[in-house]
Design a protein around this ligand. Structure first.
Ligand code: UFG
Length: 333
């Protein structure tokens, strides 16, 4: 029987690509998204790719009655929980909003899973849990530093909360996926990164600069890195999406395990090299200017992702250049 997978936040950037990857893997995505930071365009984009009507409910994951009704309507085999606010800057201004939404939706999800007897969870975590690491690349055993933002704190607390839940519920399985910097888009151009309002992340801003809509600010030119700009481990969103499928298959085979996995390429690109690479691959100019360091930015972080390779049998297949090409292909449309 086709397995139903509940994807909360399934109309968002990573969620939508994961829905496509699940469908390709023969699993059935059931999407719940309150569209607070995305739109129905993404849902239609997924449908265009998979050539099938999606099961979609515009529910809020903090609303227990709504989430409960999903478990009553469909037999759910596993949950991928993306639904969360994700702006680092906004979280600094409105920490309570982040605590309430990100922790509240996780609590509702765990309660509903328990009531429905569903024991398989894949959780959307982040490399932000490591803070500014002493050494790179980071492994899953690298100790957490104090989170640089309330957003980061909700990811650290979310992981703790799931770990405790696993200890109390002996058959519960969870994969905590620590994403590095997701970029790119589906190569069809039907779905991609489409935040509402002013974007925070580098690639949506690079795309807007390429379209002449803004001058990109580069935050900091005097970091202790080869070209003075920050170093990050950028990962193609389709590689990330496929990691969720691998993680689900892994949790299905467990009986009472909770583990974290780093998801990155295991290599770095500087902000400046992203801009230069984008310009040469896509044949467009990115107007930019130098700006102050952005508060809360870590200087450099990249992943050791060998645990995901060894245990989940997953590794990245796409390069940063592939991601920059696919990102622009989506943005142009
Ligand atoms: N940057 C600029 N100019 C911009 C935007 C970003 O120079 O206008 C730089 C940042 O300073 C940083 C790099 O581009 O050096 C990447 O910034 P992003 O905002 O795209 O990503 P972050 O590394 O800050 O954060 C991302 C995710 C978070 C996650 C974190 C984990 O957005 O959700 O990685 O490290 F928590």
């Amino acid at each position: 029987m086709e397995k139903n997978i509940l994807i909360t936040g399934g109309a968002g950037f990573i969620g939508s690509h994961t829905a496509v990857a699940l469908h390709q893997a023969g699993l059935k995505p059931i999407i719940v998204d309150n569209l607070s930071n995305t739109s129905m365009e993404m849902v239609h984009g997924i449908e265009n790719i998979i050539q099938e009507k999606l099961v979609f409910h515009p529910y809020d994951c903090c609303n227990k009655e709504q989430v409960k009704s999903i478990f009553e309507q469909y037999p759910i085999h596993g949950v991928i929980h993306f639904a969360a606010f994700k702006s680092v800057a906004e979280s600094v201004l409105e920490p309570q909003k982040y605590m309430k939404n990100n922790m509240g939706s996780l609590e509702v999800m765990l309660e509903c899973m328990k009531d429905a007897g569903v024991n398989n969870l894949v959780f959307s975590s982040s490399a932000t849990v490591y803070g500014e690491p002493d050494d790179n690349p980071v492994t899953e055993d690298t100790p957490f530093k104090k989170a640089a933002s309330p957003y980061g704190e909700t990811k650290q607390l979310g992981e703790d909360c799931i770990q405790s839940y696993c200890t109390e519920n002996i058959h519960f399985n969870a994969a905590l996926l620590r994403y590095f910097n997701p970029i790119g888009a589906h190569p069809s151009g039907n779905i991609g990164e489409l935040p509402l309002g002013i974007p925070n992340n580098l690639l949506p801003l690079v795309n807007q600069a390429a379209k002449g809509e803004r001058v990109l600010k580069i935050f900091g030119k005097d970091y202790n890195t080869p070209d003075g700009t920050c170093l990050r481990d950028y990962i193609h969103v389709m590689d990330l999406a496929e990691a969720h499928v691998a993680a689900l298959r892994w949790v299905f085979g467990q009986n009472g395990t909770c583990q974290a996995f780093n998801l990155g390429q295991g290599k770095v690109d500087s902000v400046l090299s992203i801009i230069q690479n984008f310009e040469s691959i896509n044949g467009v100019a990115i107007p930019y200017e130098w700006s102050e360091r952005r508060p809360g930015d870590v200087e450099q972080i990249w992943a050791n992702a060998s645990k995901a390779k060894n245990i989940l049998g997953w590794e990245t297949k796409r390069s940063t250049s592939d991601a920059l090409r696919d990102s622009w292909n989506f943005a142009k449309k």
